[in-house]
Design a binder for this molecule. Structure first.
Ligand code: NZQ
Ligand code: ZN
Length: 389
C-alpha cells in the first residue's frame, strides 16, 4: 500500500428494519433543541415524519422544523438554515432524507457559528472549521452518496454556476445514522437508479488510480460485484429487501473513506458531473453516468493495466488470446451494456446540456491530479462532446 494514512470513522450506524428504535438511545446524548431538517415532503407521504416527531417529543425535545431542503441544496437555503439554528440555539441537527439533506445538515452544522460568509470560507477557500460545530444525526431515506458516514457536503451556488463539495474532517461526520432499507422503497425509480450509479462512480473514482498491489482494490472489486448483482434485482423488484439492503450497505462503504486509504484518488468524473449539475440542476448520479463511458474510454490507455484487471475481475472477461487493449476495451463494453440494461442516462443531452454550455462546464470543472491522466480544458471538452451522443 502506498503512503501513510490514518483511519477512523466516528459515525455510529444502526442498520436494519428495527434501526429507528435506536433513535431514542441517541437522542438522550444531546440537549433539548433539535433542528429537524428534511426535503420536499417525501417523508410526509409515509408515516416516517410522524414516527420521528413522536420519538422526538417522547424524548422531551423541542423541535424546530427546517423543511424544503432541495436536491442539490443551495447556498441561499444554507443561510436560511443557519438562521433557524442560531435563533433557536439548537443542540442537534437531525437530517431525515437523502444525501442532499445530510450534506445540508453538515453545512449548517459548520456554518451557523461561522463569523464569515460560509460559502467563501468553506466552499471557495476550502478552509478548515475553527468555530463551534453543531452535532448532526441522520435518518437515511435515499441511497447513493455515502453522506451518511462521511464528512462530504456539496452546496450549489446558482448565481456563480458553481457546485462545490467540501470534505470535512471526522469532527463533522454524522454522529449517528439510522439506515432502514425499507425507508428507501418509496424512492422514485429514476432517483433510485441514479443512486446506483453514484455508488459505482464513487468506487471507480478510487479504483482507477495507482499500480501497486493494494487491499483496497480487492475490496472495491467485491463491492462492485455486489452492486452489479443487486442492482439487476432491484430494478426489477424494488421491494427486494436483500438487494436493497446490500445496495444500501455497499453505498456506505463506497464512500466512508475506507476504500480510498493508501491510494491516490481520481474524482474527475465527479468534478465534471458537478459542473454539469451547476448548469442543469440534473440528478447527481445521472450527471456521472452520462460522462463515465467517454471518460473511461479516454483515460484507458494511460491506466491500461488496471483497466485490464477491472475487465477480468469485475466483468469476467476471458483474457485468453487477447491483447491487453482488447481485454480492457471488452471490460468497458460490458460496463456500457450493463449501464444501458439498468437504465442510466448515457448522454448529457438528456440532462439538458446544449453545445453552448460545454466550454463553461469545462471551465467550472476543477482539475484534479490523482487519476491516470491529468486532463486539460480541451480534453474535458472532448469528453463532454463524446457524451453528447
Ligand atoms: O425532498 P424529498 O421530498 O425528500 O424527495 C427526495 C428528492 O427529491 C427524494 N427522496 C429521497 N428519499 C426518498 C425520496 N422520495 C421518496 N421516498 C424516499 N424514501 O429523492 C430526491 C433526491 O434526493 P437527494 O437527497 O437529492 O438525493 P441524493 O441522496 O442522491 O443526494 C444528492 C446530493 O448529494 C451530493 C450530490 O452532489 C447532491 O447534491 N453528494 C454528496 C456526497 C457526499 N456527501 O459525500 C458525495 C456525492 O458524490 C454527491 O456529490
Ligand atoms: Zn457522487
Amino acid at each position: 500500500m502506498l503512503g501513510n494514512f490514518s483511519y477512523s470513522n466516528p459515525t455510529k450506524i444502526y442498520f436494519g428494519e428495527d434501526a429507528l428504535n435506536y433513535l431514542n438511545e441517541e437522542l438522550a446524548k444531546y440537549g433539548k433543541n433539535v433542528l429537524l431538517a428534511y426535503g420536499g415532503g417525501s417523508i410526509k407521504k409515509t408515516d416516517l415524519y410522524d414516527r420521528i416527531v413522536k420519538i422526538l417529543k417522547d424524548n422531551g425535545k423541542e423541535v424546530f422544523e427546517d423543511a424544503g431542503v432541495m436536491p442539490n441544496p443551495t447556498v441561499e437555503k444554507l443561510y436560511e438554515g443557519c438562521k433557524i439554528a442560531k435563533e433557536n440555539d439548537v443542540d442537534l441537527i437531525l437530517a431525515v432524507g437523502g444525501g442532499s439533506v445530510c450534506d445540508y445538515a453538515k453545512a449548517v452544522s459548520v456554518s451557523t457559528y461561522c463569523e464569515e460568509d460560509p460559502w467563501d470560507k468553506y466552499f471557495l477557500r476550502m478552509e478548515d472549521v475553527d468555530n463551534k460545530i453543531i452535532p448532526v444525526g441522520c435518518v437515511l431515506t435515499m441511497v447513493g452518496t455515502g453522506s451518511e458516514m462521511n464528512g462530504g457536503s456539496v452546496i450549489t451556488n446558482h448565481d456563480t454556476k458553481l457546485k462545490i463539495g467540501h470534505v470535512f474532517g471526522d469532527n463533522v461526520f454524522p454522529k449517528f445514522t439510522i439506515m432502514n432499507p425499507v425507508f428507501t422503497y418509496t424512492i422514485p425509480h429514476y432517483q433510485m437508479v441514479a443512486g446506483f450509479f453514484d455508488i459505482m462512480s464513487h468506487i471507480l473514482e478510487q479504483y482507477f488510480t495507482n499500480e501497486d498491489d493494494n487491499t483496497s482494490d480487492y475490496v472495491m472489486e467485491g463491492l462492485l460485484k455486489s452492486l452489479i448483482h443487486s442492482s439487476r434485482i432491484a430494478v426489477k423488484k424494488p421491494t427486494d429487501y436483500e438487494a436493497r439492503s446490500n445496495i444500501m450497505w455497499t453505498a456506505t462503504w463506497a464512500l466512508n473513506t475506507f476504500v480510498g486509504k493508501g491510494k491516490s484518488q481520481d474524482w474527475m468524473v465527479h468534478m465534471i458531473g458537478q459542473s454539469i449539475g451547476a448548469y442543469t440542476d440534473a440528478t447527481h448520479g445521472m450527471t456521472l453516468s452520462a460522462i463515465s463511458i467517454p471518460y473511461y474510454r479516454f483515460i484507458m490507455p494511460f491506466g491500461l493495466k488496471k483497466f485490464k484487471r477491472y475487465a477480468i475481475n469485475v466483468w469476467n472477461v476471458n483474457p485468453e488470446g487477447k491483447t491487453d487493449e482488447q481485454i480492457a476495451k471488452e471490460g468497458l463494453d460490458q460496463m456500457e451494456a450493463y449501464m444501458r440494461e439498468i437504465g442510466f442516462v448515457m448522454s448529457i443531452k438528456d440532462l439538458g446540456v446544449t453545445e453552448d454550455m460545454l466550454d463553461g462546464i469545462a471551465k467550472g470543472s476543477f482539475i484534479l491530479k490523482g487519476g491516470y491522466k491529468v486532463l486539460n480544458h480541451d480534453e474535458i471538452v472532448h469528453v463532454l462532446k463524446n457524451s453528447m451522443i
